[in-house]
Design a protein around this ligand. Structure first.
Ligand code: BTN
Length: 191
């Protein structure tokens, strides 16, 4: 007989919503368009990485999907106050969908690790970043019709994104030390 359907307990739902809001708040920082790709340099993509390594894959993915869904229905949650469907079908679209992969990959690595020290968190956040690139860069290449140019144009993101990986891992390491149960589902804690 199939077991009970997995649901998000109330406190997991609250954390998911808080992180969706947090990712939206990161969108208040303006984006900068450098290199002619039409994809901005932003700090908002640190949100899915942070969500993954703090909340774990399930809740982080839900937070990113919620934030992107609210954006798609028109809330101005992206940098520069953008929203609607247009950003998803423009040059940045793949990177936006890639945020789901970021949260999932970073979360899976962090939650499966035996310890959540800084090296593991750095690795998890870095893998989450690569997951976003793996979706975003081919999408940009498909959009522009030039995969080589898409790759070269995306190199401009690397220094800032590596800095975001480090900041996210440092923040998450402090959170895990202060609140050791954060990555454990509230269902597993019988809350
Ligand atoms: C949007 O606001 O339209 C989405 C922008 C996506 C920007 C991507 S995320 C990964 C890479 N790092 C950046 O700073 N910018 C790109």
């Amino acid at each position: 007989m199939p077991g009970p359907r997995p649901t998000l307990p109330a406190s997991d739902l609250a954390r998911t919503v808080v992180f969706a809001a947090f990712i939206a708040v990161l969108g208040l920082f303006p984006g900068f368009y450098v290199g002619g790709s039409g994809v901005p340099i932003i700090i908002q993509n640190m949100g899915p990485l942070l969500a993954g390594i703090i909340l774990g894959a399930r809740r982080a993915t839900a937070a990113v999907v919620l934030m992107l869904a609210l954006t798609a229905i028109g809330l101005p949650l992206l940098s520069g106050g953008r929203g609607g469907v247009a950003p998803f079908i423009g040059p940045s679209g793949g990177f936006l969908f890639g945020w789901i992969a970021s949260a999932l990959v970073a979360g899976l690595i962090a939650q499966r690790a035996r310890n959540r020290g800084l090296p593991v968190l750095l690795l998890a956040a870095f893998a989450g970043l690569l997951a976003d690139y793996l979706v975003g860069i081919p999408f940009l290449g498909f959009y522009t019709g030039d995969f080589g140019a898409a790759f070269v144009q995306s190199l401009v993101f690397v220094p800032g994104d590596l800095a975001k990986v480090v900041v996210a891992a440092l923040v998450a390491s402090v959170v895990h030390r202060a609140l050791p149960g954060t990555l454990v589902s509230s269902a597993a804690r019988n809350e």
